[in-house]
Ligand binder design. Structure first.
Ligand code: DGJ
Length: 335
């Protein structure tokens, strides 16, 4: 009897502390642990898949696909979080919470994927591009959104095929002179780099067509060289991601090489974004990848790791826990 009572008391106690335990989980994050459950500062799982990070003042803003189970099925959500250390993320809001913008064009199973945000210094607007699609991924368009503030409401302006080409997974790159570029997978040919207009709302011109079928594209400029990464086209299943380098965005691009031992399938992840942190002591480039859970997208995990990069080579080390001193750019690994 006493045993039963103890059991019931323990059960009740554990039920009572469960929410507090989850809410407190965030305080336990002392490092970025690739592949682990990752909670925001309110104790909810971080939902920002296939996304990007933008620096604004002393803060970093993370945007990504929000696949939470509490979402309304007819809407598509892009979430925004902010952080000062890349470990503790505060949920700002759903910056996009969109109903099917054109039911005549997009079918019920329409998608909004891989949001990328840039600040336009000429128009003082934040511009988001994302892959919008329907009819079994056959529309292959980009959607363009705009907001006055970084974590504000992003209003859909239009959707189109860049320069008339198919566009599925996208990436973006902003040069120091304020010019911006869209990277997009153009299924029949490979992938393209195109320059955006000065207000970032349309495409100005094609820069380069690379005859290599890649998606999950990311680009960084590091010590005089452009490094581009991408994955092969295997849906949500991971494969051996590759990279190439060039002195100019127009190319010529080097041959593509694996970023990790191919049998690891990029440590079960897919590339999505490259974040450059310029510190007082080091410049660190971070790989932001997704470990997708195809039938439970909300439970997909993040594989973020500092890259070994330089001299024309790029290597994704075996994932382990780490943190970065945002001011110096120095990374330390946590046992
Ligand atoms: C692979 C892409 O990288 C993802 O963004 C998503 O579109 C899946 N394909 C869908 O299968």
């Amino acid at each position: 009897m006493r045993c039963r009572l103890t059991l019931i008391t323990t059960l009740l106690l554990s039920l009572a502390v469960a929410p507090a335990g989850r809410a407190a989980a965030h305080t336990k994050h002392q490092a970025i642990c690739p592949g682990a459950l990752w909670y925001d500062t309110q104790g909810h799982l971080i939902e920002a898949h296939g996304g990007c990070i933008v620096k604004h003042g002393n803060e970093y803003y993370l945007f990504g696909e929000d696949h939470s189970r509490r979402n309304q099925p007819d809407r598509r959500y892009i979430a925004c979080y902010r952080s000062t250390d890349l470990i503790h993320w505060h949920y700002c809001r759903a910056v996009v919470e969109l109903k099917n913008p054109d039911p005549a064009l997009f079918t019920q199973d329409w998608i909004l994927e891989r949001p990328k945000v840039l600040y336009n210094r000429f128009t003082h607007r934040y511009i988001m591009y994302a892959h919008i699609d329907g009819r079994g991924y056959s529309l292959a368009r980009v959607a363009v959104f705009s907001s006055r503030t970084i974590a504000g409401h992003y209003r859909l302006l239009r959707s189109f095929r860049p320069l008339g080409h198919q566009s599925r997974d996208i990436g973006m790159y902003q040069a120091r002179n304020g010019k911006a570029y869209l990277l997009f997978e153009d299924r029949p040919s490979g992938f393209r780099i195109a320059e955006l207009s000065q207000n970032y709302l349309s495409i100005k011109k094609n820069i380069c067509l690379i005859h290599h079928h890649l998606e999950g594209l990311g680009l960084v400029h590091y010590h005089g060289l452009y490094y581009i990464i991408g994955s092969h086209l295997t849906g949500y299943a991971p494969n051996a991601d590759v990279y190439a380098t060039a002195r100019s965005l127009q190319g010529p691009w080097s041959r593509f090489r694996n970023i990790a031992p191919p049998q690891t399938k990029t440590y079960k992840s897919q590339s999505g974004f490259l974040l450059k942190i310029v510190g007082t002591r080091r410049t660190t480039v971070i790989y932001l990848g997704d470990r997708w859970m195809m039938h439970r997208l909300w439970n997909s995990r993040y594989i973020w790791m500092p890259l070994q990069i330089g001299g024309g080579t790029l290597r994704l080390p075996k994932p382990r826990c780490w943190r970065i001193n945002i001011h110096t750019g120095v990374v330390s690994f946590v046992p």
